[in-house]
Design a binder for this molecule. Structure first.
Ligand code: ATP
Ligand code: MG
Length: 542
């Protein structure tokens, strides 16, 4: 809870509450543009906006910032709702910038009537050329002094669809010499003959983000408009708009740092390219930083909330280590995920002095008895992990080797008597003997093998497919220019594995495969063989 009460945004809210400055209490909004799937950076904003409203008994709007019909779609709208709900938050209402299009248009017309906005007919190239630079003032548009009548006439005809895209825009009349480029007569409307996913063909002019956002915040009576640092330079414009229209409420915009995460990219533009160019298997590919991808990898929503809590909210942009996210995931799963055995790269072991079969048993979690026990079928043919055998063991080797011994988890001690190889010298089978008096829990053998290995009965084991996901990028900070070159083409390993049968009968979605990591039963996998996605390894491994 510490974090929750100490960041600068919560301090601000508490001060506002203490001074009775909030007429309607705490109201926040999460305002995604429905032009892609949400990523873990958005989770930071969601946890903040919904989190403070929850904490101070306020409300949060889920507002779709749908002002750019060309890039937006209902698929994204639906995925955003699914992801916010999955993260564990509830909105007061879903709203859309487009709900307010008529009102926003009215404010633009009023600004024209007041001589504070005009229709500009420069083409985009000319507009860029006259905008100036960081060190040089821009030039006034030759259309800046159009009469109010002419402006209103042109604007209405823009709305009526008389002009093609790009021929005119509406701009605010602020200051072409402002040191802040955002204040140099910013465009507030452009012509786009495009069908909008909600308003259809009702509009062919669409308001720009900077004009729209503050108006929506004011209409919804947002008490604290929280956005990321790159909008700090837009705040004077946000304020200008609200000060110059006839609206009786003016929310404060407060900026916080964006989340950056190592070994991934977080901009929707770049994520789009990964999807569109088939470099991943869709938005929910478990290697993606999207919430859909993390969910499919098996990351519990609680781990993401914990992660967001730990990174906190500051004014310093920072890049967080992937290890912190992995740590949060492990911490969530450690006590709660049942622990079973699956052999990811099976090597057959024949136990020559054992005949018949029996049912052993073991707890689902040695430290959490509440998770119960499961049965473990055992017979003279089992699989062990290929890497738990070394034909020429390195020093201090604790697992199986020719003539060496190891304990089978919850079963017996075995000794490797014979190594069977194929024509190419690959080890294909071990012939072992077991010690009947070494059964786990009743061991009287006096033998003390150093290693314990996991295993699955060959007959009763169930074939599964394991997707072992590594990081999508080879470098900690892939750049927007070269990120495609930095993709690790070996970031997905497919394994034909075998799981103990009790895992397949258990209704949990997440398991620890002992000694291997945490795995998630893919809910969307097609086909008859169950697919398990590796969520995270047991230890920091990269
Ligand atoms: P992108 O650059 O990925 O497209 P965006 O900011 O354009 O991101 P929006 O859909 O407009 O995406 O974002 C909705 C909200 O989420 C905004 O308030 C934005 O500030 C916030 N947000 C987006 N990315 C991050 C991030 N990496 N960290 C924190 N907040 C973020
Ligand atoms: Mg955006």
């Amino acid at each position: 809870m510490d974090n929750e009460t100490t960041d600068f945004i919560r301090q601000r809210i508490e001060a506002d509450l203490a001074s009775n400055a909030l007429a309607k209490g705490v109201i926040t909004r999460f305002p995604p543009e429905p032009n892609g799937f949400l990523h873990i950076g958005h989770a930071k904003s969601i946890c903040l906006n919904f989190g403070v409203a929850q904490q101070y008994e306020g409300e949060t709007f889920l507002r779709f910032d749908d002002t750019n019909p060309v890039k937006e779609s209902n698929e994204y709208v639906e995925s955003i709702q699914r992801d916010v709900t999955w993260l564990g938050f509830q909105w007061k209402a879903i709203t859309h910038a487009s709900d307010y299009f008529e009102q926003i248009y009215g404010y633009a017309e009023a600004l024209m009537r007041d001589g504070k906005a005009y229709v500009c007919s420069l083409d985009p190239e000319q507009m860029r050329a006259t905008r100036g630079t960081l060190t040089e003032a821009g030039e006034n548009s030759p259309y800046r002094d159009r009469s109010v009548e002419e402006n209103l006439d042109l604007f209405q005809r823009m709305r009526a669809g008389e002009f093609p895209d790009g021929t005119h825009v509406a701009r605010l009349k602020i200051d072409m010499a402002s040191a802040n480029l955002n204040m140099r007569d910013p465009v507030i409307y452009r012509i786009r003959h495009a069908t909008h996913q909600r308003t259809g063909d009702a509009w062919c002019i669409y308001p720009m983000y900077d004009f729209t956002h503050g108006i929506c915040d004011a209409i919804e009576h947002v008490s604290h408009s929280l956005c990321t640092l790159e909008f700090a330079d837009h705040r004077p414009l946000y304020d200008w708009v609200l000060e110059n229209i006839a609206i009786d409420y003016h929310p404060p915009q407060i900026e916080f740092s964006r989340l950056g995460l190592e070994y991934t990219v977080m901009s929707k533009r770049l994520l789009h390219r990964l999807v569109d160019e088939n470099l991943v298997n869709g938005w929910d590919d478990p290697r993606m930083p999207t919430l859909a991808g993390l969910r499919r990898r098996g990351v519990p929503a609680s781990a993401i909330r914990e992660f967001c809590q730990r990174i906190g909210v500051t004014k310093q942009d920072n890049v967080i280590e992937m290890n912190l996210l992995d740590f949060c995931i492990r911490q969530e799963l450690e006590a709660t995920a049942p622990r079973g055995m699956a052999v990811l790269q099976p090597l057959k072991v024949v136990i020559s002095n054992y005949s018949g079969s029996e049912t052993l048993d073991g707890p689902w979690h040695a430290q959490n008895e509440a998770l119960g026990r499961r049965e473990l079928p055992f017979s003279n043919e089992i699989y062990i992990e290929r890497e738990d055998f070394a034909e020429e063991p390195p020093p201090k080797w604790k697992r199986l080797s020719p003539g060496g011994m190891a304990r089978l988890r919850y079963a017996y001690i075995i000794r490797c008597d014979e190594v069977i190889e194929d024509d190419e010298g690959n080890v294909v089978q071990l012939n072992c003997s077991y010690f009947a008096d070494s059964k786990s829990g009743q061991d009287t053998s006096g033998l003390k093998p150093k290693g314990v290995v996991h295993w699955v009965d060959a007959d009763a084991g169930v074939p599964i497919q394991v997707m072992d996901y590594g990081r999508l990028f080879k470098v900690p900070s892939p750049s927007a220019q070269t990120f495609l070159d930095d993709i690790d083409s070996e970031s997905l390993t497919l394994l034909d594995a075998v799981a103990e049968p009790a895992i397949m009968q258990h209704d949990a979605e997440r398991f620890q495969f002992e000694r291997q990591g945490y795995f998630y039963r893919d809910q969307d996998a097609q086909g008859s063989v169950a697919v398990f996605n590796k969520t995270v390894s047991l230890r920091e491994g990269f």
